[in-house]
Design a protein around this ligand. Structure first.
Ligand SMILES: *Cc1c(COP(=O)(O)O)cnc(C)c1O
Length: 403
């Protein structure tokens, strides 16, 4: 079976992990700090804090901004449920909006319609690594009409004086917008290093701070404490001779990244721009070229004037099929030896969210995109012959099911 998205684990990764294991320091320490500095340089942002997941990063930033009971947070209906779950954790209300047809990303006009005097945060998601329309989103939250609706309830909200743009950049490390890389497009961006993502640490994530209105070094220190028990010294600092005493300044969380995981990230990041991204791009371009002549294929978009994707997914759509036919095509593809996926089952269609009263019928574009979508394998070790095999297997399955 051809896998969907296996990690690239080679001798370099193994050596770096072993180096950490033998170093005498395995939790958060020098390698995590080095990984953070390298990420700051790569993601064009002011500070990076690494954590054990993107989900932890999203929730940490919502809590930092004081998002709480009764507040509203706007997000696309078309995303992984983590984006919505963290809003629930804070006691706030997820306000889903529909997406664009062409790039699956949050629709800016729909955001504008959804903003109320309770809106505290907008969480755009770069679907498949294609950046959202950030010029429009950033301009909107700074426009007088929208600023006038904003009611600040905390010091941070007062200091910002407007809605926070917190991008879920779980897919988009290395993507570009106006010549800059993901991590710098909005106030704060959250990267994911989960096992199936473009750049992995097995599990992991990062907060990219880019808050023009704040001292980002200070926020970095604040967040480091908030994500490590609320302890005013980290484990490494405590190993300094005589430096054992510490204080708990808040009831913090336990979200820190370990040096074992950071060592995977260091190797992955060092070869990301020159090896990982070009290979992913090559595979996606080959798929696009192969499916372009097919009248039933709707191809994904990876570039536009000012944007370029990180090629995280290849979301192929099959024109005019029902959801059942799409599922049959997937079954046929799997039976013939290729593991494919669907991104995403829209969040409002999940049983927990249905019980809360959400209804997928209110997000017709998300529903329409979902029903005809199949994500094809994209990963570094996918060989040329395997790409050709995927193409043939997908085409055969479509012809078999559609006749
Ligand atoms: C993977 C993913 C997340 C969660 O990332 P973790 O690092 O697993 O917490 C969040 N949002 C989107 C869109 C994702 O695909």
């Amino acid at each position: 079976m051809l896998p969907f998205s296996p990690p690239r684990i080679d001798q370099k990764i193994i050596d770096e992990v072993i180096d950490t294991l033998q170093s005498g320091w395995i939790t958060t320490g020098p390698k995590t700090k080095r990984f953070e500095r390298n990420l700051e340089a790569y993601a064009d942002c002011r500070r990076v804090l690494c954590l054990n997941s993107a989900t932890a990063g999203l929730e940490t930033m919502l809590r930092w901004f004081g998002v709480t009971l009764g507040d509203e947070v706007i997000l696309p209906a078309y995303t992984y449920s983590a984006t919505a779950n963290v809003i629930i954790h804070c006691g706030a209300i997820p306000v889903f909006v529909d997406v664009n047809e062409h790039d699956f990303n949050i629709n800016v006009e729909k955001i504008r319609e959804a903003i109320t005097d309770k809106t505290k945060v907008i969480m755009p998601v770069d679907f498949g690594g294609m950046p959202c329309d950030y010029d429009a989103i950033n301009e909107m939250v700074r426009s007088n009409a929208i600023i006038n609706k904003f009611i600040a309830a905390t010091l941070e909200q007062q200091q910002l004086g407007r809605i926070l743009v917190l991008s879920d950049a779980a897919h988009s490390i290395g993507s570009r917008y106006n010549g800059k890389r993901a991590g710098s497009f909005t106030d704060v961006s959250i990267l994911s290093f989960h096992a199936v993502k473009n750049l992995t640490t097995a599990e992991g994530g990062a907060i990219c701070l880019n808050l023009q209105e704040f001292d980002n070094d200070m926020i970095y220190n604040q967040l480091s404490i908030a994500t490590l028990h609320g302890q005013n010294k980290d484990a490494l600092a405590k190993t300094q001779p005589g430096n054992w005493r510490y204080d708990i300044v808040e009831a913090g969380y336990k979200y820190n990244m370990t040096d074992i995981l950071a060592s995977i990230g260091l190797v992955e990041l060092a070869r990301y721009e020159d090896e990982t991204l070009p290979k992913r791009k090559l595979i996606c371009e080959r798929y696009n070229f192969a499916f372009a002549p097919c009248s039933w294929a709707i191809l994904p978009c990876f570039v536009s004037d000012e944007k370029e994707s990180s090629y995280h997914l290849f979301p192929l759509r099959i024109k005019g099929v029902s959801e059942m036919q799409r599922d049959q095509i997937i079954t046929t593809i799997s039976r013939n030896g290729v593991n494919v996926n669907v991104h995403f089952l829209p969040v409002p269609a999940m049983s927990y969210y249905r019980k809360l009263g959400y209804n997928i019928e209110n997000y017709p574009q998300a529903k329409a995109n979902y029903e005809i979508e199949i994500s094809l394998p994209v990963y570094f070790n996918l060989a040329e012959t395997e790409v050709e095999f995927v193409i043939k297997t997908v085409k055969d399955a479509v012809y078999e099911v559609l006749g």
